[in-house]
Design a protein around this ligand. Structure first.
Ligand code: NAP
Length: 301
């Protein structure tokens, strides 16, 4: 029996582990894949206080090591559900069950797919959802990035130093992402903006060969690219927990700034929680808040 089980080892979950351990609570962190969450895909963090210019992977490794050094226990197992027995919560994984007095759900989000023809078939054969993971395979090649948020802008910037040409395809005429990054992109000779356009179909032999793009007038054109980096947002990973932690109409945990869910002793933190600003700094802040609330809950119950 642990004091607190944290589901998810992204920035929110890792920060919650640090706060809980510093309050001498026993902590188990359950993580379905690797520690770090989506920040590991960011090549260069510039907007986190003090940590100017650190890669997302290095950032995550430092926070993970900090949590381990403080005594948090980690198991790399996917939590598939929580049973609320009041004072004892039981978290299920395919390997077994773990009990705790409180649970923090910090499951983050997964890649949203484009839904274009042949997209699924070509994952790993030209289609990628992670520019920093796969960009190096496209040195001096022509690639496209889809999306208009910060991820797409940062991916395009990163790829512009590797690829020959980077097409940035966005369904509207203005970006959702930061103007400062968009300005940097405009200064790149090898970046081409393809506005008001959507990717309809991917053409391939063994690997991706080209993408078919349709503009607002219904005209289609073909861009010859060997890489397509999809950066059209994320989908919150909440589905195993919706019975105990209510979600909003977009599927995010409908918890307020105190990270409380409708179930006493169960808290939601990080990108899977409904919020206005989804940034590294707000994810870590959530981790601190959720752990503090969980500690209060354990003390006062
Ligand atoms: P996002 O901000 O939700 O942007 C998604 C983009 O994809 C939007 O431009 C959207 O178009 C477009 N889109 C969505 N569905 C589409 C579809 N089916 N087909 C074509 N385009 C589609 O997602 P994100 O860029 O992954 O960023 C997620 C959060 O992380 C944001 O809050 C972002 O600021 C943050 N982030 C921060 C940093 C940083 O701080 N350095 C880095 C990366 C991400 P519309 O604009 O038309 O809706």
């Amino acid at each position: 029996m642990y004091d607190i089980i944290i589901i998810g080892a992204g920035p929110a979950g890792l920060t919650a582990a640090i706060y809980a351990r510093r309050a001498s609570k026993s902590v188990l962190v359950l993580e379905a894949s690797a520690y770090g969450g989506q920040i590991i895909n960011t090549p260069d963090i510039e907007n986190y206080p003090v940590a100017a210019h650190i890669s997302g992977f290095d950032f995550a490794t430092k926070v993970y090591n900090q949590a381990v050094e403080l005594g948090a226990e980690f198991k790399f197992e996917k939590a598939t559900g929580i049973e609320d027995g009041g004072e004892v919560k039981t978290v299920r994984t395919p390997r077994g069950e773990y009990s705790a007095k409180a649970v923090i759900i910090a499951t983050g989000s997964e890649n949203r797919k484009l839904g274009a023809e042949n997209e699924d078939k070509l994952v790993g054969r030209g289609v990628s959802y992670c520019a920093t993971c796969d960009g190096a395979f496209f040195r001096n090649k022509d690639v496209a990035v889809v999306g208009g948020g910060n991820t797409a802008l940062e991916d395009a910037l990163y790829l512009s130093d590797i690829a020959k040409t980077v097409y940035l395809i966005h369904r509207r005429g203005s970006f959702r992402g930061d103007a400062a990054t968009a300005e940097k992109l405009k200064e790149k000779d090898n970046v081409r903006f393809v506005f008001n356009s959507v990717v309809k179909k991917l053409n391939a032999d063994a690997r991706l060969r080209s993408v078919e793009v349709e503009n607002k007038q219904g005209e289609t054109s073909e861009l010859e690219v060997s890489g397509l980096f999809v950066a059209v947002g994320r989908i919150p990973e909440t589905e195993n927990f919706e019975a105990l932690a209510e979600t909003d109409s977009s599927g995010y945990f409908a918890s307020g700034e105190n990270c409380k869910t409708k179930t006493p002793g169960i808290f939601a933190a990080g990108d899977a929680r409904a919020k206005e600003v989804r940034q590294l700094v707000t994810a870590t802040a959530d981790g601190a808040v959720a752990a503090t609330e969980a500690i209060k809950y354990i003390t006062n119950r």
